[in-house]
Design a protein around this ligand. Structure first.
Ligand SMILES: NC(=O)c1ccc[n+]([C@@H]2O[C@H](COP(=O)([O-])OP(=O)(O)OC[C@H]3O[C@@H](n4cnc5c(N)ncnc54)[C@H](O)[C@@H]3O)[C@@H](O)[C@H]2O)c1
Ligand SMILES: Nc1ncnc2c1ncn2[C@@H]1O[C@H](COP(=O)(O)OP(=O)(O)OP(=O)(O)O)[C@@H](O)[C@H]1O
Length: 278
């Protein structure tokens, strides 16, 4: 088969655009069909398409930091993603820029031979309104609810129920539910635990609670609800970017999303990655 590859380069990042151009040239020489995102298409010579149209590709290469990879995951869902790290942290991006050409060429040969690429499945979370009909885009890191703003005077009362039983109710800046992938992100800054990537678990962590409870680790199919009150405005947010404004009292249900994300290519060493967070 002819492999169909999409490339998304971090917007306004010349190094990312140059690497995208190198990959386009090399892959076209190998006979692969390659498209780039529209912002990158304005900067280099290549066929461009919206990132959301890359869902039908066999592989999408994300060149940038964690934010760029989260953005690609939001847009394309289950299509395998290879993360090339040009960001400041790049925890989710296992491949260094100098190795990108070799790794992408290898994956394209694998696609030509088998029609598929090796990868690791990462679970995602789905936030939905209980009393109102809305759904956020699936979260690879975390679903967060918080009051009108962080800091003094900006919080809310949040009750967390687990399988219908109250775990905690407190005034908080917010409460987050994270996947193992997201355990090293916002969760860690709020004092939550690290979760080894192969563990099948979700973590609930309060943010600046007046009546603080330790983080809770639950099985992924546990029924979790976050009920917000004591404020006129609140927000439910998926991976820091996709948000829904709430008018409390409001209840948000957090469950496993139907589609996971596949991270293609070599996997980062979890413990080496932790050094990047210091
Ligand atoms: N205080 C905090 O730690 C904090 C605050 C806001 C957002 N975030 C995280 O940022 C994510 C959104 O990313 P963005 O780039 O759009 O916002 P952003 O640019 O504000 O990113 C915040 C930082 O989180 C890092 N990050 C993201 N996912 C990570 C992961 N799985 N493991 C380790 N580090 C990770 C990014 O590299 C960046 O340094 C959210 O899902 C949230 O987890 C963290
Ligand atoms: N090619 C692109 N097309 C459209 N939007 C983009 C593109 N690249 C990045 N973005 C936007 O920028 C955001 C991520 O960029 P951000 O500046 O947070 O960089 P990053 O990848 O996390 O790297 P760094 O670690 O340097 O911050 C995405 O959420 C998305 O909204």
């Amino acid at each position: 088969m002819e492999a169909a590859v999409g490339i998304v380069a971090q917007r306004d990042n010349e190094r990312a655009q140059e690497l995208a151009a190198t990959l386009v040239d090399a892959l076209e020489r190998e006979g692969a069909g390659v498209i780039v995102d529209e912002a990158t298409g304005g900067a280099i010579e290549a066929t461009a398409a919206p990132v959301s149209a890359m869902e039908s590709r066999n592989l999408v290469v994300s060149i940038g930091g964690d934010g760029t990879l989260l953005f690609v995951a939001r847009e394309i869902g289950a299509t395998p993603i290879l993360g090339v790290n040009l960001g400041e942290v790049g925890f989710l991006n296992a491949v260094a820029p100098d190795d990108a050409l070799a790794v992408v060429t290898d994956l394209v040969s694998q696609l030509d031979e088998t029609g598929d690429v090796d990868g690791r499945e990462l679970t995602r979370l789905q936030a939905t309104g209980v009393d109102e009909d809305w759904t956020l885009e699936p979260a690879l890191n975390e679903v967060l609810v918080h009051g009108p703003r962080r800091g003094p005077g900006g919080g809310a009362t949040v009750e967390v129920c687990v399988d219908g039983q109250e775990y905690t109710e407190s005034h908080v800046d917010g409460v987050l539910v994270c996947t193992p992938t997201g355990s090293t992100a916002y969760n860690l800054s709020e004092g939550g635990p690290l979760v080894y990537p192969t563990a099948d678990a979700l973590v609930v962590t309060q943010m600046a609670a007046t009546e603080s409870m330790p983080s809770l680790v639950v099985e992924p199919d546990t029924e979790l609800t976050l009920s917000i009150s004591g404020t006129e405005t609140a927000y439910a947010i998926s991976d820091g970017r996709n948000r829904r404004r709430l008018e409390p009292p409001a209840t948000v249900s957090v469950t496993l999303a139907d589609d996971s994300v596949t991270l293609a290519g070599p996997q980062a060493n979890f413990f080496d990655g932790l050094d990047k967070l210091e």
